[in-house]
Design a protein around this ligand. Sequence first.
Ligand code: NAD
Length: 333
Amino acid sequence: MAGEAVLVVGGAGYIGSHTCLALSQAGYRVVVYDSLIHGHRAFAKFGPLEIGDVRDTARLSDVIARYKPAAIVHFAALIEAGGSVRDPAPFYDVNVGGVLSLLNAARVNGQPPVVFSSTCATYGAPLTPTLDETHPQWPLNPYGWTKLAAERMFADHRTAYGQRSTWLRYFNAAGCAPEHGLGEHHDPETHVIPLAMFSLLGRRKDFTLFGEDYETRDGTAVRDYVHVLDLADAHVRAARQLIDGAAGDAYNLGTGDGTSVKEIIAAVERASNRKIPLVKADRRPGDAAALVANSAKAARDLGWRPTRSLDDIVRGAWAWHASEEASVFPPGP
Ligand SMILES: NC(=O)c1ccc[n+]([C@@H]2O[C@H](COP(=O)([O-])OP(=O)(O)OC[C@H]3O[C@@H](n4cnc5c(N)ncnc54)[C@H](O)[C@@H]3O)[C@@H](O)[C@H]2O)c1
């Protein structure tokens, strides 16, 4: 029902802010709860911003009690897979401890249902050309394990306490909505499209292509890039389904089309009309040749279908990264 509140934890970040836009366009009242450790005040503009850490159960509980959200969308996490290998403790603290804190805060406030940001990284090495939700889950890094542990906690809380939740396993989120003043701004940035663009804008010396000897059509790694506004739309649908009484489920979110790194490079060069300064390096350990989603379940249950193309993704990202706004974008709070 339009006008209901939705609490977006981590709503000042990249995917969270685009989801706030989509939720407010769908008629929900958005409330953002974010520590701003990696989020941005400028992105939290679709409703009140409550600054707080998700691990602060008392503060989060107070916010839930005040706004009485019909649903919670939980994005807050540490997201850099490589960093989680070097230093896993903070990842378990925020990504697992944070979910436990959120579940405890929800439990004393009428258990609003939760939409949870999960990831294709929970699957690990792919055993099939495309991955559906029944694919075995055996992550390749601590980041993936934290997300799988969180899924397990949600499952156990559903069984024991009736806490409803839906887990959205995104493939590669990409693109942005510069027309709404929203972009991608991670620190450190590890995503391929922004990194390619930084090399064109002099924010990095060059762009490193890791591996040309994969068993893929052009030898470079293939991933499934899904527009962040398509992801945002899936969150609105998942939240609505839960608000309407569903128990919740797990859904893969991707386009079903794989794109190689060389194809990304070509698309970025087309959009920018510039040549990327390329450096070639060996494969990175743990990188799969191809990770592509089968999202038939989300299509069936949520009526979700991504509508934006790779060129839409790259055009929007280029408009954002090349803009004055992004180049002076303030890091952190
Ligand atoms: N970006 C992707 O391609 C991708 C893919 C799969 C899954 N995900 C998941 O999606 C979610 C959002 O990712 P993103 O790319 O928007 O990241 P992001 O870093 O832009 O957003 C995360 C937000 O959470 C906030 N946050 C972090 N720790 C917090 C804490 N302890 N308390 C309160 N707020 C905290 C940050 O300040 C930030 O605003 C994450 O859970 C991530 O694991 C992202």
